[in-house]
Design a protein around this ligand. Structure first.
Ligand code: ZN
Length: 161
């Protein structure tokens, strides 16, 4: 069968940002398994996989709007260093988890400027053009249980133990 709505896709993938330097990939023999048509992966990649067959490979270029979104300048803020836990030494490039009323968010430290730090609330891949090398390792129909749960069961998916 081909990749389509409600199929379970097992995918080998590599991601780079155009320079060939791989920033994320599936582990050998451990493809990513996801439920197609339910926005579990970025829309640009999901659309490109539609109709592919088991064993097929493809290179997919995803623009930011179809990936993790454009980089929002409003998400870059300068905050006093005293907001951080005492004893913590901030460094550019670090990612922190912060608790807010809206739940946990991750933020990156862009810069440390004396008593201030510049943080970025955007997704780390916001504004980036994504280059995927993908191979469809398997395609199967989702079971009714998987559909009602909205996720994959078995290898690469959920294990309810
Ligand atoms: Zn489940």
């Amino acid at each position: 069968m081909r990749v389509g709505k409600d199929s379970i896709v097992s995918l080998d993938y590599r991601l780079h940002l155009g320079d060939g330097q791989v920033i994320d990939q599936s582990a050998p023999g451990q493809p990513l398994a996801y439920l197609h048509g339910h926005r579990q992966i970025v829309p640009g990649l999901e659309g490109a996989l539609e109709g592919m067959n088991k064993g097929e490979s493809k290179q997919v270029v995803v623009q930011p709007g179809q990936g993790y979104g454009e980089h929002d300048p409003e998400g870059v803020r300068t905050v006093p260093r005293s907001m951080l836990p005492p004893g913590f030494t901030p460094q550019a490039g670090q990612t922190l988890m912060a608790q807010t009323d809206q739940g946990d968010i991750s933020l990156r430290i862009r810069e440390v400027r004396g008593d201030d730090i510049v943080i970025d609330l955007n997704h780390p891949l916001a504004g980036k053009t994504l280059h995927f090398d993908v191979t469809v390792q398997d395609v199967r129909a989702a079971s009714s249980e998987e559909l009602s749960h909205g996720h994959v069961h078995g290898p690469g998916g959920h294990d309810h133990g």
